[in-house]
Design a protein around this ligand. Structure first.
Ligand SMILES: Nc1ncnc2c1ncn2[C@@H]1O[C@H](COP(=O)(O)OP(=O)(O)OP(=O)(O)O)[C@@H](O)[C@H]1O
Ligand SMILES: [Mg+2]
Length: 250
């Protein structure tokens, strides 16, 4: 209760029910995200993690219940600039895509300037800072379609960061990244979270990598959103019984 008094709620999912046709994904499910949370969403394949993110972003509508973002019903929310979203398997550039990494990130930085307005030096600075954050500075002049899948994933992340969001949704951002890139992405997210107070909601299957870093963890299980204390899982080896316990797959 104390926490609710001092912490600002920035997402409220209230008692929602959502089905694709006759297939129920969430039933009377609720979740509150507070400002500066680093929240992991875990659960088995097909449990509804990506669906939950799409509901919060207003891309899908629940049949029942309410969703508020920054205290506004999602259907009336219009400050999408505050929000960054990296969807599952977001990198899609074909090998002939005619733009460099720097141009793709720059296009996002200039999105708010309006048609044909030139980029200002400070916009380019933001582009360079974002490329540096994801470790792509040296590839800035490469054609984006020639990069590997993992590198393209980082370009997508740089595009999101250049807009300086307050709230970041990442749907399985570690997939396709090599161990070193995963580690540096985790470090980047921790830094953004700690130093800038960025609120992060991250869907992941990398439970062992996640529990060390997040302050909250929820699991989607049998159409409900269940909260777990990541501290309880921190020092455990990822064993079968541990996963079973976490996913409630008794
Ligand atoms: N557009 C759709 N129409 C019908 N069913 C869908 C649609 N999108 C997802 N589903 C189904 O809803 C369930 C939840 O899908 P969702 O993508 O949210 O799962 P997930 O937890 O993100 O899984 P994963 O870990 O594999 O990414 C799955 O059974 C999926 O087949
Ligand atoms: Mg998914």
């Amino acid at each position: 209760m104390q926490r609710e008094k001092v912490m600002e709620k920035i997402i409220e999912v209230k008692d929602i029910t959502f089905s694709y046709g006759s297939k129920t994904i969430l039933e009377n499910a609720s979740l509150t995200v507070f400002r500066s949370d680093f929240l992991a969403v875990v659960g088995p394949n097909g449990s509804g993690k990506s669906t939950l993110i799409k509901l919060i972003l207003g891309l899908l509508k629940p049949q029942k219940g309410k969703i508020l973002i920054f205290n506004t019903p999602v259907e009336a929310f219009n400050q999408w600039k505050k929000i960054g979203y990296l969807s599952q398997r977001a990198a899609f550039f074909n090998s002939h895509f005619p733009a460099t990494v720097r141009e793709v990130v720059g296009a996002q930085a200039s999105a708010h300037l309006g048609f044909l307005k030139p980029m200002r030096p400070k916009d380019w600075e933001r582009v360079e800072k974002s490329l540096e954050m994801v470790g792509l500075s040296e590839l800035g002049n490469c054609l984006v379609g020639r990069l590997s899948g993992g590198q393209q994933q980082k370009v997508m992340l740089a595009r999101i960061l250049v807009a300086e969001p307050e709230l970041l949704f990442l749907d399985e951002p570690m997939v396709g990244l090599d161990p070193e890139s995963q580690e540096s992405l985790y470090m980047l997210l921790e830094k953004l979270h700690k130093e800038q107070g960025l609120t992060i909601v991250m869907v992941t299957h990398d439970i062992s990598g996640t529990v060390k870093r997040v302050n909250r963890m929820v699991c989607i299980h049998q159409n409900k959103i269940l909260e777990h204390d990541p501290q309880l899982y921190k020092d455990k080896k990822i064993t079968h019984s541990y996963i079973t316990q976490l996913y409630h797959l008794h």
